[in-house]
Design a protein around this ligand. Structure first.
Ligand SMILES: *[C@@H]1O[C@H](CO)[C@@H](O)[C@H](O)[C@H]1NC(C)=O
Ligand SMILES: *[C@@H]1O[C@H](CO)[C@@H](O)[C@H](O)[C@H]1NC(C)=O
Ligand SMILES: *[C@@H]1O[C@H](CO)[C@@H](O)[C@H](O)[C@H]1NC(C)=O
Length: 299
């Protein structure tokens, strides 16, 4: 892991708190240096978003979809491994609210972010001449494709979908409050959140959004779904709500692969055990056991 989640969160804390106190956007300071440095790293994921890449026979382009408050840079451990394996790998930063400095993704309404994923992925399909992609999505990024397939124009365009702590059934209001407290907000009013980060209250398990997402079933028919969750998830609670109920879905708890894995919600994408799980889902024919030894492994 190349940056500290805690430093990101405390930088985020300052900017989100400012934003929520309804200061006009023009009066807000520029993003803190730590955040700007993270943004710069976008160009450092070498080989990402290469539209000259042509998927090998039997492979599809892979689209990586980040979590709430993160950006495409959160894939800086996962993407290089996939690129080294010869995959054509694409990632977007979605859901940025320009009134909130820092460039944090995943703030806007989940419906609008699903539309951004649609536009991005349609372009990937077009440029690579492919008819389907595989998607790896983290947290909120693990449900955008499901919305795209069910309610927008995504039907038939996804072959495999791998969810990393995906927020399939939403989370509790108290988890949203916990995140808000991490960000230095005492008790967030829904009105304030809806103004600056409407995705937050849409992720509550009783929201209209979550009801609509799961109406008629929590899988996308025809898609090969798999999910990995962590016991130490502080955002998607209880962690079992990451899982999809259909009999055909692979649902795995990280600690069943490696009891020693302490990764929580945001650092799931920095775990070598999770990376091995992702590789195995994308290419079952060359799967290698994902276990504690994966931690020691270079890919
Ligand atoms: C992009 O893909 C093309 C075609 O595979 C390759 O020749 C080129 O080196 C790639 N560029 C980067 C920056 O990886
Ligand atoms: C990509 O989009 C362009 C412009 O809309 C279109 O002309 C072209 O046929 C598309 N290519 C593929 C492979 O879908
Ligand atoms: C939402 O979460 C709360 C707390 O775990 C639970 O009591 C409630 O039954 C859940 N509601 C739905 C619709 O899942």
């Amino acid at each position: 892991m190349k940056f500290s989640i805690t430093s990101v969160l405390s930088a985020a804390s300052a900017v989100v708190l400012l934003a929520l106190s309804a200061v006009p956007a023009s009066a807000l300071p520029a993003a803190p240096a730590a955040v700007q440095n993270i943004e710069k790293r976008a160009s450092e994921i070498k080989g990402l978003n290469n539209y000259s890449c042509k998927p090998a026979k039997g492979q599809r382009p892979i689209v990586l979809v980040h979590a709430t408050l993160l950006t495409l840079n959160s894939w800086d451990d996962v993407a290089p491994v996939l690129i080294k394996r010869g995959y054509c790998v694409y990632a977007l930063t979605y859901g940025v609210n320009n009134a909130v400095p820092g460039g944090f993704g995943g703030l806007n309404s989940i419906e609008s972010s699903a539309q951004e994923l649609s536009d991005f992925t349609n372009n990937v399909l077009n440029k690579t001449g492919s008819s389907q992609v595989d998607i790896v999505g983290h947290s909120q990024g693990g449900i955008l494709a499901r919305y795209w397939i069910k309610y927008l124009d995504g039907k038939g365009k996804v072959y495999r979908h791998v969810g990393v702590s995906p927020i399939n059934h939403g989370t509790t209001l108290s988890s949203i409050v916990t995140i808000a407290k991490t960000f230095g907000i005492f008790y967030p009013s829904q009105e304030l959140f809806d103004k600056f980060a409407p995705s937050f209250y849409e992720m509550v398990n009783t929201s209209d959004f979550i009801k609509k997402l799961n109406a008629g079933g929590d899988v996308a028919p025809g898609v090969i779904h798999s999910n990995i969750a962590t016991k130490f998830d502080e955002v998607v609670t209880p962690y079992q709500t990451c899982f999809q109920q259909d009999a055909g879905v692979t649902n795995i708890l990280l600690q069943d692969l490696c009891l020693l894995s302490l990764n929580e919600h945001l650092t799931m994408v920095n775990s070598n055990v999770v990376i091995q799980f992702i590789l195995n889902q994308l290419d079952p024919a060359s799967a290698k056991t994902a276990n504690c030894l994966s931690i020691l492994k270079g890919f």
